[in-house]
Design a protein around this ligand. Structure first.
Ligand SMILES: Nc1ncnc2c1ncn2[C@@H]1O[C@H](COP(=O)(O)OP(=O)(O)O)[C@@H](O)[C@H]1O
Ligand SMILES: Cc1ncc(C[n+]2csc(CCOP(=O)(O)OP(=O)(O)O)c2C)c(N)n1
Ligand SMILES: [Mg+2]
Ligand SMILES: [Mg+2]
Ligand SMILES: [Mg+2]
Length: 325
């Protein structure tokens, strides 16, 4: 494989945004930023055996997810994803066609969101595959959905359902082997391999008066703790109304752990005022975007996040995925 041939072969033939002045081919990309918008930049890395394993993730799956998790961070700011850059550290055993397949996976999502690949970097590595994606997006000036925007009496919500990705991972790692043959295990596996970033809900949130948002990469408990910390409030959620897939409890007794701490759902969780909740709920209903109220915001107390269950009320620790714990 030749590095330069590879770069040439993954260079997009068309671009979606006329604001791209220089894409792949020079020392850096150049694009013209617009007035009245704020640029959003984020970067997330995926590492073989930390974020995925090669025996169950295809190159397309890896590419798809590496871009999806970054689009999810743009969604969590209320923004529109526009450009992406890809840094690859590739073990020698990878073939050119496998690398191209990874770009195909990314392109699936890029097409959907009209995003342009504008650069990156390619190096070899002796061991595991590392894929780093940078996404650049934009949001109307002052409209970003910051974690610090939660206020007492807000409604707390989450999109879609939680815990399914962790269930899928557990199935892939063969930690549990459900006896019930009627369970659609592929559904959970797909939720893990191919998360769908919630850009539309993020955009709705940026259009209403005030919304705090976070995407669920490390688990609901961790993300809500981050919002509570950044906003100096406490968040109270009700376990009985957390949105989960009806088959989740059938997979394993662990399902509550998956929902609260599993992570990689890449759903959005956030808070809006009571009045704005009615608007957001209605707008989501019209567009068939699933969104569920799970609690409310309180004045700051000792605990950042409080979980109410049928029997007790307890602090929900900032437990979840942590790379160094
Ligand atoms: N190695 C790093 N150097 C500089 N900033 C970092 C680094 N790692 C993370 N960050 C920043 O810390 C913040 C939290 O990162 P992270 O937990 O990965 O966010 P997210 O869950 O939204 O992907 C982000 O603003 C991110 O840009
Ligand atoms: C083989 C394997 N083991 C464990 C996990 C679970 N896991 C890995 S990273 C992670 C958290 C999300 O990734 P991170 O890099 O922390 O994303 P960020 O918070 O920066 O968006 C989780 C739940 C996995 N996906 N694959
Ligand atoms: Mg990150
Ligand atoms: Mg992230
Ligand atoms: Mg993380």
């Amino acid at each position: 494989m030749d590095e330069f041939d590879l770069i040439h072969s993954i260079t997009p033939r068309t671009i979606h945004h006329s604001s791209v002045d220089v894409g792949i081919g020079d020392d850096a990309a150049l694009y013209t930023a617009k007035h009245g918008v704020q640029e959003i930049v984020c970067m997330d890395t995926m590492v073989e055996d930390v974020h995925f394993k090669l025996h169950y993730s295809s190159p397309e799956d890896i590419g798809y997810k590496a871009l999806a998790v970054n689009i999810s961070d743009i969604a969590a700011m209320g923004g529109i994803p526009k450009f992406y850059l890809v840094s690859l550290a590739v073990p020698a055993k990878w073939t050119e066609s496998e690398i191209k397949a990874m770009y195909e996976g990314m392109n699936e999502l890029a097409k959907l969101y009209h995003m342009d690949l504008i650069g990156g970097d390619t190096v070899s590595t002796s061991d595991k595959l590392v894929v780093t994606v940078t996404v650049i997006g934009e949001v109307e000036k002052g409209r970003a959905c910051l974690r610090s925007l939660a206020r007492p009496n807000d409604i707390v919500f989450v999109t879609g359902e939680i815990g399914s990705s962790a269930a899928g991972l557990s199935l892939l790692l063969e930690e549990n082997n459900p006896q019930n043959l009627f369970l659609d295990t592929d559904y959970f596996i797909n939720r893990h391999k191919r998360p769908q970033p919630r850009v539309s809900v993020g955009r709705l949130c940026s259009s209403i008066k005030r919304a705090a948002l976070n995407d669920i990469s490390d688990g609901l408990a961790s993300e809500l703790n981050e919002i509570a910390e950044a906003s100096c409030v406490s968040i109270e959620i009700d376990e009985s109304i957390l949105p989960i897939h009806s088959d989740l409890p059938k997979l394993h007794s662990n399902w509550k752990e998956w929902a609260l701490f599993g992570g990689e759902d890449f759903e959005l969780t956030g808070t809006v005022s009571k009045e704005e909740w009615e608007v957001l709920k209605q707008e989501c209903k019209i567009r068939q975007l699933p969104i569920t109220k799970i609690g409310h915001v309180r004045e700051k107390t000792e605990s950042n996040v409080i979980l109410k269950t049928e029997k007790t009320t307890m602090a929900l620790e900032k437990k979840g995925y942590n790379h160094f714990k």
